[in-house]
Design a protein around this ligand. Structure first.
Ligand SMILES: Cc1cc2nc3c(=O)[nH]c(=O)nc-3n(C[C@H](O)[C@H](O)[C@H](O)COP(=O)(O)O)c2cc1C
Length: 339
């Protein structure tokens, strides 16, 4: 089913994310209440701190992904290419925004084409779980990956966002069984992500046995997509309690880690510094992802994006040195304190 307003909506999302107050105000990620233990005698050399990690089969210089953002409109092409070029330069991975628009309008594929500027990065495609209940299946999932040369596919689940979106999809009944079928048959690595309202331990337990390659908990405390939709729809926030709803990123991370001890996890939702990344790794994440802080730089240039990413990497490196962790395996063993 084609949705005539889809590219227009994508542009509105970008405009609102750039200008509006779209971050949670009463709910926090939980990173601020945790402390990395500072070690005055660390037994590490700053210049030999190893931030490298292998995730979904690709080597990354640091455990960072550019979060899923956009595609479809001409503006999105500029954003995606700047993001990809920066990811290649810094040595991190990248998730594309939802490719539903590309499946519905093949001409918009060019807005997702980044392999010419970033041939070797870890690149993750993106489709919505809601579409899997409206006729999309394994064919569309494979197309999303192969058309752009991605290494894996992220499926985003967003019932709260869809509920607040004008004309959004409310039909999620049967979602877990549908995931069980398509993920097993996809033939490409599939990751499940939220969009910033979080994945709980209960949901993770319901996913046991689904052969997911990773889960991105995308918790609350950063960008609230319910808030974005209220602002796009009414020009103001009307549903104050709903837009502040979600599972804080730290809670989501802890709950999903406990429910699925072997599952590779992405920490995202309000990851705003390299110290947050360090805490996420200590809580059991393999990598962290950052979305909205990269949006304005991505409109400007690849250089501007790279500056922000390098700040994250630098802060992570210093944080690791300061708590005496020479690599990510050591960081994962660090026990966080309460502030
Ligand atoms: C402009 C923008 C567009 C987004 N579009 C998508 C999308 O198409 N698919 C998706 O899975 N997530 C999308 N997201 C959600 C992010 O991937 C991320 O889960 C969320 O913004 C929380 O991370 P943050 O607090 O670092 O922004 C988008 C985020 C932004 C800022």
């Amino acid at each position: 089913m084609t949705n005539p307003s889809l590219p227009r909506r994508k542009v509105r999302h970008i405009e609102v994310c750039l200008s509006g107050e779209v971050e949670y105000t009463t709910r926090e990620t939980g990173f601020g209440r945790l402390d990395l233990p500072y070690r005055a005698l660390p037994e590490t050399d700053l210049e030999h701190i190893d931030t490298g990690v292998t995730f979904l089969g690709r080597r990354l210089r640091a455990p960072l992904l550019i979060g899923a953002m956009t595609g479809g409109a001409e503006l999105a092409r500029t954003i995606n290419r700047h993001l990809a070029e920066a990811a290649a330069r810094v040595g991190v991975g990248m998730m594309l925004g939802s490719q539903r628009v590309m499946i519905e309008r093949p001409a918009s594929r060019t807005s997702f084409d980044v392999r010419d500027v970033a041939p070797d990065i870890l690149l993750i495609g993106n489709l919505g779980v809601a579409q899997l209940l409206l006729g999309y299946g394994v064919a569309e999932m494979r197309e999303a990956v192969t058309a752009v040369g991605a290494d894996a596919l992220a499926l985003h689940t967003n019932p709260l966002q869809e509920a607040l979106q004008e004309g959004g999809d409310g039909g999620f009944r049967g979602v877990i069984e549908r995931l069980r079928v398509v993920v097993a048959e996809a033939g490409v690595p599939v990751m499940l992500k939220e969009v910033g309202h979080g994945i709980s331990g209960d949901v993770a337990r319901a996913l046991r046995g689904v052969p997911l390659a990773a889960i991105d908990v995308a918790g609350a405390g950063g960008t609230s997509w319910a808030k974005v939709e209220d602002l796009v729809r009414y020009g103001e926030v009307r549903h104050h309690d709903l837009v502040e709803w979600g599972i804080p990123t730290v809670t989501a991370l802890r709950e999903v880690r406990a429910a699925l001890p072997e599952m590779p996890l992405v920490a995202s939702g309000g990851v705003r510094s390299g110290v947050d990344v360090a805490k996420a790794i200590a809580l059991g994440a393999s990598v962290a992802a950052v979305a909205r802080p990269l949006l304005a730089p991505a409109l400007e240039s690849a250089d501007a994006v790279a500056v922000v990413l390098e700040r994250y990497v630098y802060e992570l490196r210093v944080a690791m040195h300061g708590c005496g962790a020479s690599d990510l395996a050591a960081l994962a063993r660090v026990r966080l304190g309460d502030r």
